[in-house]
Design a protein. Sequence first.
Length: 68
Amino acid sequence: MDEPRIKVYGSGTEITIAANATGLRDLAERLLGLADAELRDGYHEHLDGGINLEEGSISLILERDDKL
């Protein structure tokens, strides 16, 4: 299987998350993890360019907010 590749970019009014199939699966697993009943409100994950995102990506925070 390919390595996950995810890029996040955008402007003031629009954000794009582009990924290969493996990257999309990785994001889906992260989101499913955030939905786990054992986690509490406020749990979050940081994804940063050059680390878990492609170089040049803007940072992305996935956060659980049970008040929404």
